[in-house]
Design a protein around this ligand. Structure first.
Ligand code: SF4
Length: 117
């Protein structure tokens, strides 16, 4: 369900307005401001120019999840992903891509634990 519809269902106009210096801004605005400040500082977020963040391979995405822990944009990134309901790639240390099974691989089933009698 898109973020705006989810917010409407909760009785909210906007899904995640962020307060900044006393005024409400969207998560997109807050993220863009934080990113601009970071770039002005001569720094980049860890995901910059790193294709594994949006890779189709779940193992590649999993390999970079922890990089977000050292990112100064992590809070703004999480709010943005939630507000815009992103469903692909790594955002703020969370893999938001749908889980897929490898082709030809059987669906796993839970097995009962065998205990020695
Ligand atoms: S927190 Fe967001 S901006 Fe920072 S590295 Fe992770 S995905 Fe990139």
């Amino acid at each position: 369900m898109p973020a705006l519809r989810r917010a409407a269902a909760r009785g909210l106009e906007r899904p995640s307005l962020v307060r900044e210096e006393g005024r409400a801004v969207t998560a997109r605005d807050a993220f863009n401001t934080a990113l601009r400040d970071l770039l002005d500082d001569g720094r980049t977020p860890p995901c910059a120019n790193e294709p594994r963040f949006t890779s189709d391979d779940p193992a590649e995405r999993a390999a970079v999840l922890h990089w977000c822990q050292r990112c100064p944009l992590v809070a703004a990134c999480a709010a943005l992903a939630e507000e815009e309901d992103h469903r692909h790639g790594v955002w703020a240390g969370i893999d938001r891509s749908p889980r897929t099974r490898k082709p030809g691989r059987p669906k796993t089933t839970k097995t009962k634990e065998i205990t020695a009698a």
